[in-house]
Design a protein around this ligand. Sequence first.
Ligand code: NAP
Length: 202
Amino acid sequence: MKRIFKLGVMGGTFNPIHLGHLVAAETIRDEFKLDEVLFVPSGKPPHKDNDEIASPEHRWMMTLLATASNEFFSASAIEIERGGESYTRDTLLQLREIYGKDTEMFFITGADAIVEISTWHKTEDLPKLAKFIAASRPGYKLAWEKIDPRFRKSTYLVEVPALAISSTEIRRRVREGKTIKYLVPEAVEKYIYKNHLYQPKT
Ligand code: NAP
């Protein structure tokens, strides 16, 4: 019997990528027996107008640094290179072209983002393109009633204790001159300071 390749597509702004994202991806890879997890930083995240977002190039570099040491992880700049708003549907269609129709895709992102899925761009065929995995911190109650019924069958909730770490908290700590050691990979920590990311505006 032909074996189906199982691809995790880890979507997020990654502003910056942190250990919570990495633990979530590794836990889900293991639980869902994924062959690969592809990290896809958003070029221009839809639903966001935030001057605190580091440039796509910086977020891409940090994603590469963070994922390099895991043999099952890889990173793709398709959303950054495509330009414009980063719609998940366009990304999944593009990945289906690259990986082939026999690849089963699992789109992984934060539970708060998944709750909003009905408001995403052209949602009609999303459930046919991928299954959706909502990664949440412990105790989070996914508002299933808010999720369009078409998505409920193909959406999974996975609790990840390490998601107590958040990008917002890391940016705040950098702004306030507090340590971020052990919250992000060491290479990402160094990259943030070297490039003066998330510093207070003078
Ligand atoms: P967000 O609003 O920045 O994040 C919502 C929550 O989810 C935050 O708590 C965030 O924590 C967490 N999160 C984000 N990505 C995660 C991941 N991969 N694993 C675990 N937790 C994660 O969400 P966003 O980054 O803008 O969007 C998430 C994904 O959904 C992106 O790939 C985006 O392109 C896609 N999306 C698509 C559409 C569309 O197609 N129209 C619309 C909205 C979102 P941190 O801040 O710590 O990451």
